[in-house]
Design a protein around this ligand. Structure first.
Ligand code: COA
Ligand code: HC5
Length: 629
């Protein structure tokens, strides 16, 4: 039975000025007000957070004196009254708002963040390679994809998406209202996100980009029905045929700039009325489809890594980086050689709703045949005009240069680990997610002989408007396990026992995180309030240990999909790795990124270390199980 939810955005959101939601005019009657039943994000007890913070630091800070200093700072914070005062303020904020964190999180994690969105914040998704090999196939596929997304949109609009669950608890569905018809807008200091899905006139067009040229494609007939696959196909053909020139200015590449730079360039760009209207049309559109030019062919082994890079940045100014509007929340990318996937601007939503949409659309594509429908002549899709003034031209040149630097700097390796999947850890009664995390810990330790601060995303969607908190995967127990694996004097039974303990610890941390009891967002809240309410920053946020704890060399996330796709994102720090994995029942897709400008990191080497770690861990479990029989 499908349960329905009410568009959460219909209720007034306190403290959410950063989301410029359009005026709400239609309030659909819904039978079950799912969102209203969701609990509010709690504020963990102060003492608990700091006990857990000190425990998290233990494997990371080897210097006893430094650890002692931090203990003193924590003690002073807890006993000197400052902690209590901030905690009380936080509790007041929680009482007054639907979610005490969401505005702060939106600002600090996304809108205040000045790095370019491609590579630094926007994740990519690579779909399995499709069977088409030419332009016809590309058009047919793109037409089905568009129709599939429109069918999914209908579920969002009517509030009939099935409610998702985690650990038996219903999840907040609000993010689905944010992923279509929305767009990030650059500002010289802070960005905003506009969402046109709730306005008086909701958008009825998508943006299609081909050879750097942008088109408005109306995807609904005048009676409100969506265009059929056949009709969409015809319209895409028209777009293709009227954008054959390949010498156009890649205006979209402006959106890949550092946000301050883009903020200034944006104001300059939209001074011109035609440019302003064209930009508004892209921002208002439901989503974007990028029909990409063919990329250089690579071996089958490198194919997935090449496509992951194409999703993250487009391949550079010469290739498809200008065939994007990186501020757009969802951009589907379809190439001629069977390449397809997407890049999405992260501010409005987490990966799981995007992946749920993909699973739906892939299923739609598989079950849909193109049926010839009676052809009502449709108008030619409108090509968006841009007046390229010398200043805009200068901004485009600078964006091209910076994009090329970014492309050269990103090191991507996709590991399609085919030896086993969730099945093996499950057979050994271990949580697959915790098990993969321990493999990452082992790989890192083998490469660097130390452990590092590790971030794993945990969903907070059990709570109204919840986004994420962090599971700090490096623990005393994970450290004991990886050290034992490298110690020839240790018996296998002991190694297995340490693995089980480390996995259990990870499971406990996961449980705490998804139930709103992790430490990172609480610390963020206390720090934000310190800025707002105190004259000086408490020493807990100023010491070396805090800096080490925040420097996530391993930036990881599990995003499970039904579709055999690869999810990817860039590292969080200059000397770190981004690791996104999709554990399937019998194999695991893992995308690893690093920066070439860092001599210490190497995505392919780390990938080999992860593969070895996963193989060694299975061998350890199986050998030990055999000897115990
Ligand atoms: N023995 C046997 N099976 C076990 C087990 C055990 N000890 N522990 C877990 N399992 C099973 C589970 O029942 C589950 O089964 P399923 O495959 O049939 O669903 C499966 O193994 C997976 O469980 P596990 O690996 O423990 O974790 P999880 O899938 O619950 O994921 C998180 C953990 C942290 C990833 C998840 O809680 C979460 O927060 N996901 C969202 C992350 C996110 O938002 N990422 C994107 C950010 S943009
Ligand atoms: C399509 C997969 C997207 C995964 C994106 C993701 O995991 O983003 C994390 C979100 C968060 O708040 O934890 C951030 N991270 C990339 C830094 C892990």
């Amino acid at each position: 039975m499908l349960r329905v939810f009410v568009r959460a955005a219909l209720r007034p959101r306190l403290m959410e000025p950063c989301r410029l939601l359009g005026p709400v005019t239609q309030i659909p009657e819904r039978s079950i007000v799912h969102q209203d039943g969701l609990p509010k994000l709690p504020i963990p007890p102060l003492k608990q957070t700091f006990e857990r913070y000190l425990a998290a630091l233990e494997p990371l800070i080897c210097d006893d004196e430094e650890m002692e200093h931090t203990r003193e700072h924590v003690e002073e914070f807890l006993k000197g009254g400052v902690g209590e005062r901030l905690q009380k303020s936080l509790e007041r904020r929680a009482r007054k708002t639907d979610n005490w964190l969401s505005e702060w999180w939106m600002q600090s994690a996304f809108l205040d963040c000045r790095m370019p969105v491609p590579v630094y914040t926007s994740p990519g998704v690579v779909l399995p390679r499709m069977h088409f090999q030419d332009r016809q196939g590309q058009m047919r596929f793109a037409a089905k994809l568009i129709a599939g997304v429109l069918e999914f949109k209908e579920l969002i609009d009517t509030g009939t998406l099935p409610i998702e669950y985690l650990s038996g608890k219903p999840l907040c569905m609000d993010q689905y209202n944010q992923i279509l018809s929305s767009c990030r807008i650059p500002g010289p200091k802070r960005d905003t996100v506009v969402n046109h899905a709730m306005g008086t006139t909701t958008p009825t067009h998508i943006t299609v980009v081909h050879n750097f040229q942008f088109f408005v494609l109306d995807v609904y007939n005048s009676d409100g029905t969506p265009l059929t696959v056949d009709q969409l196909h015809m319209q895409l053909e028209k777009i293709w045929n009227s954008s054959l020139q390949t010498n156009k200015e890649p205006i979209g590449i402006l959106t890949s700039q550092h946000r301050n730079t883009w903020g200034k360039a944006y104001n300059n760009l939209i001074k011109d009325k035609t440019n302003k209207e064209s930009v508004r049309s892209i921002q208002k559109s439901i989503f974007t489809v990028c029909l990409d030019a063919p990329m250089p062919r690579v071996s089958d082994e490198l194919y997935q890594s090449r496509v992951a890079a194409q999703m993250l940045h487009g391949g550079g100014a010469r290739w498809n980086s200008g065939n994007r509007w990186f501020d757009k929340t969802i951009q589907f990318i379809v190439g001629e050689d069977g390449t397809c996937g997407l890049v999405y601007e992260h501010a409005p939503a987490e990966g799981p709703p995007i992946v749920y949409l993909i699973d739906y659309v892939v299923n739609y594509i598989q079950r849909t045949e193109m049926v010839r429908s009676p052809m009502v002549p449709l108008p030619m899709p409108l090509k968006l005009r841009f007046n390229i003034t010398p200043e805009v031209k200068r901004d485009i040149e600078s964006a091209k240069q910076n994009m090329n630097i970014m492309v050269h700097d990103l090191d991507v390796k996709v590991l399609m680990f085919s030896h086993y999947g969730k099945n093996v850890p499950k057979q050994h009664k271990l949580s697959p997610d915790a098990y993969v995390q321990m493999a990452l810990q082992l790989a890192y330790f083998r490469m660097y002989n130390v452990c590092c601060s590790t971030y794993e995303s945990a969903s907070l969607r059990m709570f109204l408007y919840g986004r994420t908190d962090a599971i700090r995967a490096t623990t005393v127990d994970s450290f004991n396990f990886v050290q034992a694996m490298e110690d020839p004097a240790k018996q296998n039974t002991e190694k297995v026992a340490l693995l089980q303990k480390a996995v259990q610890k990870h499971k406990d941390l996961t449980y705490e995180a998804i139930h709103g009891q992790a430490i990172d967002r609480h610390l963020l809240g206390l720090r934000m309030l310190s800025i707002e309410e105190l004259t000086s920053m408490p020493t807990i946020f100023m010491d070396c240990a805090y800096a080490v704890a925040q420097h996530f060399n391993l930036n990881t996330s599990q995003v499970g999909a039904k579709t055999d796709c690869v999810m990817c994102f860039g590292p969080m720090v200059p000397d770190g790795y981004g690791v996104c994995y999709n554990p399937m029942e019998e194999h695991i897709n893992i995308a690893i990124t690093a920066f070439n400008s860092c001599e210490e990191t190497h995505a392919a080497k780390f990938s080999r270390a992860v593969e070895d770690a996963l193989l060694d861990m299975r061998a350890l479990l199986e050998d030990t199980a055999k000897t115990q029989q």
